[in-house]
Ligand binder design. Structure first.
Ligand code: NAI
Length: 303
């Protein structure tokens, strides 16, 4: 197997001052990439800012003999996203790789989920991914090459109690990637989704202590390195990674049934056929799904 090498590549990692982002940034540098270490440096619930976190990781990369610059903008505004990508262009002349990783948590049960709690989480995760990915994508399209990894979560793909804001934002990221993979394909831009699990400050009171200690962020990073490599020719995949386990999630669609002149009672009568996922398939795009009618059962022939 050819070694995955990022010599000559420029990588931007958002939220790289701690946890998973730091692990990704260090490994990109070890493998030869020039790295933009972005981090706002606030608390886990998105309050405050500090340059210390990003600066520290830049120093760590330099100590390894690597090249890195810090950026302290928030991902959550268009201006911030543009500055982050501009930092890569100004320092290293281009951007080849973007890992949207920055994140915060504000968990609340839905009854207590007030507007501010909803908005800030959606702003950092979903809008933040848009704000960084768009200026990066524009540059990648011009050069005909790019690799984007967007960090989602099993909380969105599967669901998690008390995280309606976070789950919605993370699943929104999956939708963004589903569509952007199609726009990027002919420019050799692969857009994939990472759903990590790792012991970080974000999960220190979520993961059981045993799991917190064994699920190191560095065990997630190899998946990110592969997804950001030239070797990776897949796009639109949701890859779960954590604690040495790597697996894929996806949305699948079954054939369902065709019901002529349907009534609500027909839906009830055919509910098990409509919902049975055995034999369900993955579709790479909307048209593929719409044009696929093979094997659909006609439960009431036309009159
Ligand atoms: P972390 O708290 O250790 O790191 C997140 C970094 O993002 C922090 O350094 C923080 O300062 C930075 N950040 C926050 N808001 C920012 C903003 N507006 N602009 C720029 N930087 C900002 O957390 P962790 O666990 O490393 O999380 C990384 C990503 O992985 C997040 O998107 C998180 O939602 C996701 N994730 C993590 C899981 C885990 O098990 N740790 C599980 C599922 C998803």
């Amino acid at each position: 197997m050819e070694k995955i090498d990022f010599t000559g590549r420029v990588a931007v990692v958002t939220g790289a001052g701690a946890g998973l982002g730091r692990a990704h940034a260090l490994e990109f540098a070890r493998r030869g990439a020039k790295v933009v270490v972005n981090d706002l440096g606030g608390s886990t619930d998105g309050v405050g800012s500090s340059e210390a976190a990003a600066n520290k990781v830049v120093e760590e990369i330099k100590a390894l003999g690597g090249q890195a610059v810090a950026n302290f903008d928030t991902v959550a505004t268009v201006q911030g996203g543009e500055n982050i990508i501009k930092t890569a262009i100004d320092a290293f002349g281009k951007i080849d790789i973007l890992v949207c990783n920055a994140g915060i948590l504000r968990d609340k049960s839905f009854v207590k989920m007030e507007e501010e709690t909803w908005d800030i989480v959606v702003a950092v995760h979903l809008k933040g991914t848009y704000c960084c990915a768009r200026p990066a994508f524009i540059k990648m399209r011009e050069q005909g090459y790019g690799r984007i990894v967007m960090t989602a979560s099993a909380s969105g793909i599967i669901g998690n109690f008390g995280q309606t804001n976070y789950a919605a934002a993370k699943m929104g990221i999956c939708g963004l990637a589903n569509a952007l993979k199609l726009e990027g394909a002919k420019y050799n831009i692969m857009v994939n989704v990472l759903a990590p699990t790792a012991g970080t400050r974000l999960t220190s009171d979520v993961l059981p202590p045993e799991m917190f200690n064994t699920f190191q962020p560095e065990l997630v990073t190899p998946a990110v390195m592969y997804l950001c490599s030239e070797q990776c020719q897949d796009t639109g995949f949701y890859i779960n990674a954590g604690g040495n386990r790597f697996f894929r999630s996806n949305i699948v669609t079954n054939s369902g049934v065709i019901i002529e002149n349907p009534t609500a009672e027909d839906i009830a009568a055919n509910w098990s056929k409509i919902t049975d996922l055995s034999g369900a398939k993955f579709f790479a795009n909307f048209m593929e799904l719409t044009l696929d009618s093979g094997g659909v059962e006609l439960v009431r022939p036309p009159k």
